[in-house]
Structure formats: C-alpha cells, structure tokens
Ligand binder design. Structure first.
Ligand SMILES: C[S@@+](CC[C@H](N)C(=O)[O-])C[C@H]1O[C@@H](n2cnc3c(N)ncnc32)[C@H](O)[C@@H]1O
Length: 210
C-alpha cells in the first residue's frame, strides 16, 4: 500500500487510543498553554492542519472561546472525533498536501505533528502554503520530531500497522520557516519518552507571519 495511505489507515484504526492518550497529555498541553498566551482578541479564525481528534483546538478554544475553528485531517475517524470534541466548529477530510485548495485565510494555523508524515519537499510546500493562508500578524504553532534524517522511513509493527516518519534537523526546519517569510518568535525542544525505542526529540516553534 502507498505509505501515506497506510499511515493514515493506522491513525484511523487507532484514533480512539490516540485521543485517550493525547487529549490531555501534560508535556504537550504546556506547549498549547504557552502558545495560547500569545493569542489576542484579534486572532479570531484558526486552521488546525492534521487536527487528529481535535485535541489542540479543544485546548485553545477553552482559553479563547471566540475562536472559529476549521480543522482538516485525512483520517475520517479523526475528523469525526475532532467534530465531536469541538461542537459548532467545522472539520473536514483533507490531505495536508492539498491545503492550498482552501479559499479562506486564517489568523492562526496549527500544524501539530503533521510534518512527520510528509516528505521533506512536501513539508516545504506545506509551510509555504501555510504562510500564504495566514493573515498578516497571523501566528503559527508547529510541532514535529527532530533528529537524524537517516532515521526517516516507513515502518510496520508486528500487527502490520505502518507509519511513515520523517525526522527533520531543527536548524534546517527553522531556516525553511525563515525562507518562507516567517519570523520565529520562540522555539524549544523536549524529549518524548519513546517506550523502549530510540529516544525522540520534539521541536515546538511559534512563528509570526508579518
Ligand atoms: C500525530 S497525529 C497529530 C494530531 C494532533 N495534531 C496533535 O498534535 O496531537 C498526526 C495526524 O496527521 C494525520 N495525517 C497523517 N498524514 C496526513 C496527510 N497526508 N494529510 C492529512 N492528515 C494526515 C493523521 O491522520 C493524524 O491524525
């Protein structure tokens, strides 16, 4: 099967488990809290790319109830959960690689762990598109796994569930954002406790589209 289709099928199959683990995952929630503190009344519309079960949207809505959210994900089950977790907001099945089709622009864009499932060239196009979809003074929340790109690839577990994972060099990603026109406001990384496997480092970036 095509690795992207296989990856999305895996997320779709385990959508409830993902929701249960990551809806209130403390190490990530503190990054949402920090980002939420940068939002003002002027940030009214938000696009959540690779929204999963709508966990980040749900957190930000609790802090900023005036936000109007549109979320997209290629897994139908994730989209269903996101809609259930964020009633009165819109969620749709859409490939991250096709977000350029969206006609609306937004004050805030969230890319929470959506880049690991793209090829580096697709990630660059995605960030360029995100820049174009942001309104002036718009803010980006980006999280992704960083590390040796040689670790990247498609892996299946014993049950045959596969996921493609792309690791980026932090420096390269920050340069990519600058090349798109973003001003990086903050970035920090933290270790993700990988159960018995090689440790994983997560990078979080908050950036401004001037
Ligand atoms: C690790 S989850 C991230 C969910 C949430 N944004 C978060 O940060 O917790 C990755 C999500 O990306 C979705 N995904 C993977 N490849 C995709 C693609 N090509 N287009 C759209 N969604 C994709 C998966 O279905 C999954 O919901």
């Amino acid at each position: 099967m095509d690795p992207v289709k296989a990856t999305v099928a895996t997320f779709d199959k385990y959508a409830e488990q993902y929701q249960d683990k990551f809806m209130d995952y403390p190490a990530y929630t503190k990054t949402y809290a920090r980002f939420a503190s940068l939002l003002t009344e002027q940030h009214r519309t938000l696009l959540d790319v690779g929204c999963g079960p709508g966990n980040i949207s749900r957190y930000l809505l609790a802090q900023h109830p005036h936000l109007k959210i549109h979320g997209v994900d290629l897994s139908p089950r994730m989209v269903e959960l996101a809609a259930k977790n964020n009633p009165n907001h819109s969620f749709a099945v859409l490939d991250t690689r096709d977000i350029g089709q969206l006609e609306q622009t937004f004050d805030v864009i969230i890319c929470g762990f959506c880049l690991p499932y793209l090829e580096p060239a697709e990630a660059k196009t995605c960030l360029e598109t995100v820049y174009r979809l942001l309104n002036p003074n718009g803010l980006l929340y980006l999280s992704t796994m960083v590390g040796d790109p040689a670790r990247s690839g498609y892996k299946e577990n014993a049950s045959g569930d596969g996921v493609i994972t792309t690791y980026y060099e932090a420096k390269e990603l920050l340069q990519m954002l600058s090349a798109c026109g973003f001003t990086v406001c903050e970035h920090f990384s933290q270790n993700y406790p990988a159960d018995g496997e090689e440790p994983v480092e997560d990078l979080f970036v908050f950036a401004l589209r001037q």
